[in-house]
Design a protein. Structure first.
Length: 517
């Protein structure tokens, strides 16, 4: 009964898609300049940063300028709009109509609106509205002047050798970074506005002659189906377009690096840029892609192969080491050398907690340390991270709360977890680690193997825009499998990965003779 009442009340409060606020109703402009100005001001709530400037000629109203000073470059507004208009008024006895105004303005982006809603949206997007008397149209000039962050190095994906450019929160800047990498007329850029209130620009980028058209069509469909009041970060889009909503594994790849996005587009994948987010999205995504970095291709292929193997080993160690240590100590000690068993047993003779609880608490403490280190300022972070960790670890060992081997296992696990190239994938493995830990504590190596198979079976059931999450291993693709654990030299990588079903598998393209044949 309670739930019936709750859902009924929720249904009343929840906005219906057929209902829209009065601000969203399309209302045509009138020929009355003052009336149009008042309606636009009222539609956006007369905010404090709204500037309304009247330009008159001997007390005769010529036009009204409307803009938000927090979003407009005042200097460019003066040079591109106010100065040309004043010059014309001082030298001409005729009034200004929309045609004359278009010729006077020096801005490269000039638009016209026929209704109040569109004009208000343009105002909120940083445009300057020019309202003329006796005109049922409003001219808008785009002169953005909002504060934006300069292009800097990527924070989450640092490399020793390679590009130092990272995405910013401005989609136009991010798009320019991609265009600097790919100067191909086949590069398609599609724009869509998502979010009833935020009106966020979302760009889709792909190579028209390379990307799988089914993937592009499916992505358009999923973006079209998004109904939400606002998009604040690309993570919103990632969660709303993912194939499975019950998995903690990332099915959409995210990155801060333009070179990584450019490489993915060249492989036949599709990139998504979200305004006000420094993370781009890439689809389809397979588990293998989360262990590769642009640095692999900056070094010699022998070094690139070595780096990939280190990442695989480090990731596997961070996932399985605590559970393996727990299994062989508590359930399957017969698998260890007798001397090692005696050494561990003597060190744990006075421990107050079972090993499974001890490992769980120690891992949880390191998780808290890790989360706290993200919030702390840089200098304090180093001091507390190193000093606090050493002091607490040493104190816990001396007080007999945890064993020394346990601390070593947990510290090495925490360090090895950073070898995963993508933060989203590393976060997923952090959750899987606890599942494996408690399975190993309950059933030993048999439980560890069974839990690992369950996770593997779950990953095998996942798809990302029609591509198996475990490709190129399941189903097996020979060339891609070799390139997964290692890095093939460029002279042997003349074909695009068949994992993503590109239209053109040959990276070299076709010659004129081949086309004629």
């Amino acid at each position: 009964m309670f739930f019936d009442k709750f859902f009924k009340s929720s249904k009343k409060v929840r906005p219906n898609e057929k209902v829209r606020s009065t601000a969203l109703r399309r209302k045509n402009l009138s020929a009355d300049m003052n009336k149009n100005t008042v309606q636009i001001k009222r539609s956006i709530g007369n905010p404090a940063d709204l500037v309304i400037r009247n330009i008159n000629d001997e007390d005769k109203p010529m036009m009204v300028l409307m803009y938000l000073h927090s979003l407009v470059d005042i200097n460019q507004l003066g040079s591109q709009v106010i100065e040309p208009v004043n010059g014309y008024i001082n030298t001409s006895k005729h009034g200004i109509n929309p045609g004359i105004l278009q010729r006077l303005l020096k801005s490269s982006e000039i638009m016209e609106y026929n209704d109040i809603h569109s004009a208000a949206e343009g105002l909120l997007n940083g445009q300057t509205l020019i309202v003329l008397p006796d005109s049922e149209k409003i001219t808008a000039v785009s002169i953005p002047g909002f504060v934006k962050r300069p292009i800097e190095d990527s924070v989450t994906e640092k490399v020793i050798r390679g590009s130092r450019e990272g995405f910013t929160e401005t989609a136009a800047d991010n798009l320019s970074l991609i265009r600097r990498w790919i100067k191909d007329p086949n590069l398609r850029v599609e724009s869509k506005i998502i979010g009833e209130r935020t009106k966020t620009n979302v760009y889709t980028l792909y190579l028209n002659d390379v990307a799988n058209p089914d993937v592009v069509k499916e992505l358009r469909k999923r973006l079209e189906q998004i109904k939400i009041d606002g998009i604040v970060d690309s993570g919103y889009i990632s969660e709303l377009i993912t194939d499975s909503r019950v998995t903690f594994f990332p099915l959409v790849q995210d990155t801060e690096r333009p070179d990584k996005v450019a490489a993915a587009i060249l492989e036949g994948r599709v990139a998504i840029l979200v305004d006000k987010s420094p993370f781009a999205l890439i689809v389809p995504a397979t588990s293998n892609e989360f262990y590769q970095t642009p640095e692999d291709f900056s070094f010699n292929y022998w070094i690139g192969t070595f780096l990939r193997l280190i990442r695989f080993i480090g990731t596997a160690t961070s996932i399985y080491l605590p559970a393996l240590y727990l299994a062989v100590v508590t359930v399957n000690p017969e698998l260890m050398p007798p001397y090692l068993v005696q050494l561990i047993a003597s060190g744990r003779s006075h421990m107050p907690f079972p090993l499974v609880i001890e490992l769980g608490i120690t891992l949880l403490i390191f998780e808290i340390f890790r989360e706290a280190s993200v919030r702390l300022p840089g200098n304090i972070n180093v001091i507390l991270g190193i000093g606090g960790g050493i002091v607490m670890g040493q104190g816990a060992i001396q007080a007999g709360m945890v064993g020394g081997v346990t601390v070593i296992v947990v510290v090495f696990t925490a360090l090895a977890s950073f070898s995963t190239a993508n933060p989203s994938k590393e976060q997923a493995w952090r959750l899987a680690r606890y599942f494996l830990l408690f399975a190993a504590g309950a059933f030993g190596l048999l439980g560890l193997a069974s839990a690992g198979l369950i996770i593997l079976a779950h990953m095998g059931s996942l798809k990302s825009f029609g591509v198996s999450y475990l490709e190129p291993f399941a189903p097996p693709l020979t060339v891609d499998s070799v390139d997964a654990f290692g890095r093939l030299p460029w002279w042997a990588s003349f074909r695009r990965p068949p994992t993503y079903r590109p239209q053109q598998e040959d990276r070299l393209g076709t010659t004129e003779g081949e086309d004629e044949a």
